[in-house]
Design a protein around this ligand. Structure first.
Ligand code: SF4
Length: 452
């Protein structure tokens, strides 16, 4: 982590003044601190805004205003949110972990950065991290990348579940800077990558998110959030859907549908929303209430090829991307449901999908952290770990080789635990020994890979 200055202003005006001078806002810190540790982000000054009065959640007639500093857990549990907008509570509760939801704020959730592995690997080319450096995901491991809203510069998905729910609810983002207030629809606030994937939001220098507002919806409104992921906790979406319906007299009068995990921004499925069959009776199964089939649907959701393959080069372009002919996907189509394989040590990992086949005999490493939440570690007993089948070496602060920083980015923090490396095996030892630090890097020579 690089040195930085830290300040915690007690009023919004002082925070904005520091932000205007280049300070970086931080509240829960659940994304930014990680990125600073990885040296992906290197802010010179952190402006801690967690003390500002922006936590309020309140009804605005039939709408709702959520302060940018309201915690995810508090919003998910709020009585008004649960009763009127369950899609928000569900999206939040399917996000991250309970500990993270206790810390993370609504504003920070919207500003969280992509989970693209290469973005977080400072040795990889990444246009989002450094404009013009290239995109390692195009030829690398792109199973979880976007199929909608992509560009040749970036195919990373937007990671927020909440943003998908808010997109379906037509939410507005309220912003404040020294120049005054302004508001933007969420779907305009979040930017598609285009040629500038490093610019993810329509935020001006020093501007602060103050609140998110959900407008009144035709009543009664019913909503829900469905998320598909590799495992049932603490995982990002392979795909998700937020659906907001106005149903009266047993008929769907209005529908708003947004998809997550598949677009560079939360993706409104406007063709689905326009389906004439929306007027069909609810609860009558495939046939209408009077035994007739719902009207034929002229708008067919296109892009089937794109949905078969996880990522395509489909040009960015909003709704148009839905109707464009999908181009052939890059890479190899992969099963998107390999959670079982992961936990049984049988899953193929990124390096093994190397498009050039340059990697042989992959060794996996994993950071092993202490299970002691608080205390002082006086010693590390590595004997059991070393005795596991397939484990090649257990590395601690006592025997870690002195390597150049970029050769091995998984050197453990001696205060927290150790790292071990193993050959590819089956069983618990191998599942514990796989590392997110090892991803295909086709721009590196195999000899470099073996150097560590
Ligand atoms: Fe970077 Fe985007 Fe390419 Fe990922 S997909 S490597 S974030 S440019």
């Amino acid at each position: 982590m690089n040195p930085f200055a830290y300040t915690k202003p007690t009023d919004t005006r002082a925070a904005l003044a520091t932000g205007a001078r280049g300070g970086r806002y931080i509240a829960g810190g659940t994304t930014l601190v990680d990125l600073m540790r990885e040296t992906v982000e290197r802010p010179g000054t952190l402006v801690d805004i967690s003390g500002l009065p922006l936590q309020e959640i309140r009804a605005t007639g039939d709408g709702l205003r959520i302060g940018a500093l309201a915690r995810m857990a508090d919003v998910a549990a709020h009585a008004r949110v649960r009763s009127a907008y369950p899609v928000i509570s569900q999206a939040l509760e399917l996000s991250a972990s309970a500990q993270l939801r206790n810390m993370a704020t609504i504003g920070g959730n919207l500003l969280q950065r992509t989970r693209c592995t290469y973005f977080r690997d400072v040795t990889a080319p990444c246009n989002k991290r450094q404009r013009g450096s290239g995109c390692a995901a195009l030829e690398g491991y792109n199973r979880s990348h976007a199929i909608f809203g992509t560009s040749q510069a970036c195919v990373a998905t937007h990671p927020s579940d909440l943003a998908v729910a808010l997109a379906a609810l037509d939410a507005t983002v309220h912003l404040l800077s020294g120049d005054g207030e302004r508001s933007l629809p969420l779907t305009e606030f979040l930017l598609r990558p285009g040629d500038t994937p490093d610019r993810e939001h329509d935020l001006r220098p020093g501007e602060l998110i103050t609140a998110v507002e959900i407008p009144p919806h035709p009543q009664p409104v019913r909503s829900g959030y469905l998320k598909v992921r590799d495992r049932q906790s603490y995982e990002f979406a392979l795909t998700s859907a937020a659906v907001v319906l106005n149903i009266s007299g047993g008929v769907i009068r209005d529908a708003r549908v947004a998809a997550g995990g598949v677009g560079t921004v939360p993706w409104r499925l406007t063709a689905v929303e326009r389906r004439p069959s929306l007027g069909a009776a609810v609860g009558a199964g495939r046939r209408g209430r009077r035994g007739r089939r719902p009207p034929a649907t002229p708008q067919r959701l296109q892009g089937g090829t794109a949905q078969t393959h996880r990522r395509t080069s489909t040009a960015h372009g909003g709704r148009h991307a839905m109707t464009q002919q999908a181009r052939p996907a890059a890479g190899t189509p992969l099963s998107r449901v390999d959670g079982r394989l992961k936990v049984t040590g049988q899953a193929a990992y990124a390096a093994e999908h190397d498009a050039h086949g340059a990697v042989r005999g992959v060794v996996h490493g994993v950071i092993v952290t202490s299970t002691v939440g608080k205390g002082r570690i006086t010693g590390i007993d590595t004997r059991d770990a070393a005795a596991q089948r397939g484990v090649l070496k257990v590395i601690t602060h006592q025997n870690a080789p002195k390597l150049p920083y970029r050769s091995f980015r998984g050197v453990p923090d001696p205060a927290r635990g150790s790292a071990c490396a193993s050959s590819r095996t089956t069983g618990s030892a191998s599942s514990a020994s796989r590392s997110r630090s090892w991803w295909p890097r086709p721009w590196r020579s195999p000899s470099t890979r073996r150097a560590w």
